[in-house]
Write a protein that binds this ligand. Sequence first.
Ligand SMILES: Nc1ncnc2c1ncn2[C@@H]1O[C@H](COP(=O)(O)OP(=O)(O)O)[C@@H](O)[C@H]1O
Ligand SMILES: C=C(OP(=O)(O)O)C(=O)O
Ligand SMILES: [Ca+2]
Ligand SMILES: [Mn+2]
Length: 658
Amino acid sequence: MASNGNGSVANGNGTAKNGLTKIQTQKKHNGICHDDSVPTVKAQTIDELHSLQKKRSAPTTPVTGSQAPFATLSEEERHKQQLQSISASLASLTRETGPKLVKGDPARKADTQVSHVHHHVTPTIAVSDSALKFTHVLYNLSPAELYEQAIKYEKGSFITATGALATLSGAKTGRSPRDKRVVKDDLTENELWWGKGSPNIEMDEHTFMVNRERAVDYLNSLDKVFVNDQFLNWDLENRIKVRIVSARAYHSLFMHNMCIRPTPEELENFGTPDFTIYNAGQFPCNRYTHYMTSSTSIDLNLARREMVILGTQYAGEMKKGLFSVMHYLMPKRQILSLHSGCNMGKNGDVALFFGLSGTGKTTLSTDHNRYLIGDDEHCWGENGVSNIEGGCYAKCIDLSREKEPDIWNAIRFGTVLENVVFDEHDRDVDYSDKSVTENTRAAYPIEYIPNAKLPCVGPHPKNVILLACDAFGVLPPVSKLNLAQTMYHFISGYTALVAGTEDGIKEPQATFSACFGAAFIMLHPTKYAAMLAEKMQKHGATGWLVNTGWSAGSYGQGSRIKLQYTRKIIDAIHSGSLLDAEYKKTEIFGLEIPTEVEGVPSEILDPVNTWSNKKAYKETLLKLAGLFKNNFETFTNHKIGKGNNNLTEEILAAGPIF
Ligand SMILES: Nc1ncnc2c1ncn2[C@@H]1O[C@H](COP(=O)(O)OP(=O)(O)O)[C@@H](O)[C@H]1O
Ligand SMILES: C=C(OP(=O)(O)O)C(=O)O
Ligand SMILES: [Ca+2]
Ligand SMILES: [Mn+2]
């Protein structure tokens, strides 16, 4: 008999000395003493016991007769087709055919008994050792399974106090726009925007294939790869099927959160993807390869509908890479792709929030009083707007529960937290810590925001808000724009980088990024601008310029406009009250600014009031105006839209005059 916690010993059949009920022992069978009264488990071994833990998932919707083609296939047949499709994706194009694939975790012995498929896409040229090994495919794993994979196998992966998966993206903690290349072929040479200001740095088809083979070889050399089959675009008629092949559970969970998650039935019907990403981010590109200027290369081939990632593990590269693809595919269908957040009021009024990184798209579209349609990538078509994605990607630096409660609460089980710092023991995240990077991020499914609009579609926008984080502190907190001004500022795409983020930057640096997303657009900016003008005109949308940056002096002297004030300004735009306010015109930029906004101190509405040194204000204003003018020169020879040239002239006249 063992002693209990109090040191008292229960006697055989009697009452414990300290008054606890007596311990019941079973009757003896064959002289063996059983220590419990319930029947023993059915399992004969520990492995069998563990296998009892897991039961098969049931389909979420009943499979109905002949309408569902997959219903006629046996489960085995479906799995075989899936593996064949993945095998074709991973096939080396220079040697043997598709790799030998098995489904499941190599750590689980039973999985390896599943027979492989050998998919014939090209004739066998030569057989190498790589043809002899198996690559395990971890196909559309659930967040729980991906957590286990990440924690077991990826250094730097931890569960935070609120249940998020904290992970590291490695040496790259942001995008690498200078390493993004696009294959220039007969078609894209004429279709895409090339040259000065364009994000499309050219590469040839052959170099793409060299990098593709490098990525595929790397992925096939691993014991296992993750495969995500998902959708983009909530507009069902313009939905794109994407496949992401990656080496890290982190990447798979990120895309699980960011793309639209198929139902089990949609997945069984998935077929061939429209676009495939090969993410071999841990593996560098080869500097001896033509065009390669660093060990990072993000390569887009529109003809092959493929993207290859080498030398960067920053997950945002995948989502923004697919966004580029949408910026090519959608305008071909007369649908405008937008680098904007989007939300909708209770009365169905939709607002778009355009802006460069860090200007407030995610923060301001996530509004407790409105339905969130999406935080970053949308389409505007015949029937209204649709989100391209199924998740949000919020900046976390200095995140606070009070100021951004919905984002705060979305950081829980299932959410990927990139590059944050947390307490070693209690795993509380310190959102103010920039030790790894200033660009800390959270990626979560959109339904983690309580008032997400599902499906993520809405009617035509009523307000088009252009966000600029002006670190010079001279743009007004809000201005109402006419159509020509909206186009001028949309094409300019102004925001500012602040001192301190990069060595050597002593004063704010203006960045102009056409369409508030030059890094992602594929066609000339005027193509998108013309579509935006046409849609805004047709649906009577109002344009606004909102400065979420500095006030009362430039960065260093002034301070960032309080989020609370920006929210009040946005509220007044949504409610329609700002449309009816009293306005006055600013000098130089000619912006219409309201004299009053509810909940905002009136004196800050005209930035000149907030600067104590009026001379410095004027100089800074002129300086920024000069930068705008300089930047716009690239566009002066471009016509906006078809037919009449009036809009073009109006747009040119809508910039600063000095
Ligand atoms: N006045 C303001 N308006 C909007 N965001 C602000 C403001 N002041 C501070 N911020 C902070 O700036 C950041 C905006 O980032 P985010 O919304 O993720 O930008 P984007 O989605 O456009 O990349 C957030 O961290 C937010 O808390
Ligand atoms: C992920 C990004 O988007 P944003 O900063 O606009 O949220 C990015 O630009 O890398
Ligand atoms: Ca961005
Ligand atoms: Mn964002």
